[in-house]
Design a protein around this ligand. Structure first.
Ligand code: S3P
Length: 174
């Protein structure tokens, strides 16, 4: 069992954090917590609705608050929104409180994966292709503070989960 720390998944939208996190939680018997989902419960609307009503800056405040709250609780698999790494404060909080795993993928694969749920992602309104490349460029290096990085481009969800479990086992964390 993981003693003190959380296992935290970070990465661009469409890298599979949420799906991987849910399966990983089941397999490790740890609770699964997702910052976006938790925020939606508090605000009573979707993140997309909140963005259009109050803007990104207000959302980022809620995101940091929620992150602090989840990190202060008992060990969990925590999945985060892709933009959580934008604030240095968040990056510090994450690396101090958990084993941070970065999921990444080639932009073409990300674009394919998010085509279906694009209306859920306020930052991708318009030309998705262009937006994904622009966001990836703007965030270059910001995910690299992670303890581990897994390229999910050619992996299934189960393969990513197995990989993480192997890493956690090897480090004696589960
Ligand atoms: C965002 C990613 C989204 C969500 C919000 C902003 C981002 O989460 O937090 O739309 O800035 O990359 P996912 O990464 O789960 O799509």
């Amino acid at each position: 069992m993981i003693s003190k720390k959380h296992v935290i998944l970070i990465g661009m939208m469409g890298t599979g954090k949420t799906t991987v996190g849910q399966v990983l939680a089941k397999k490790t018997s740890l609770p699964w917590k997702d910052t976006d989902k938790e925020i939606e419960q508090v605000i009573g609307m979707t993140i997309a609705q909140y963005f259009s009503k109050f803007g990104e800056k207000e959302f980022r405040k809620l995101e940091t608050e929620k992150l602090r709250e989840l990190l202060s609780k008992s060990p969990a698999i925590i999945t985060t929104g892709g933009g959580v790494v934008l604030k240095e404060e968040n990056r510090k909080l994450l690396s101090q409180n958990g084993f941070v795993i970065q999921l990444k993928a080639q932009p073409e694969v990300i674009i394919k994966r998010i085509q279906q749920a694009k209306e859920m992602r306020p930052l991708l309104v318009g030309n998705i292709q262009e937006k994904v490349y622009t966001i990836m460029r703007a965030r270059k290096g910001l995910y690299d503070f992670a303890d581990w990085t897994i390229d999910t481009t050619e992996l299934s969800v189960d393969q990513v989960v197995e990989h993480i479990i192997h890493l956690l086992n090897k480090r004696g964390l589960i």
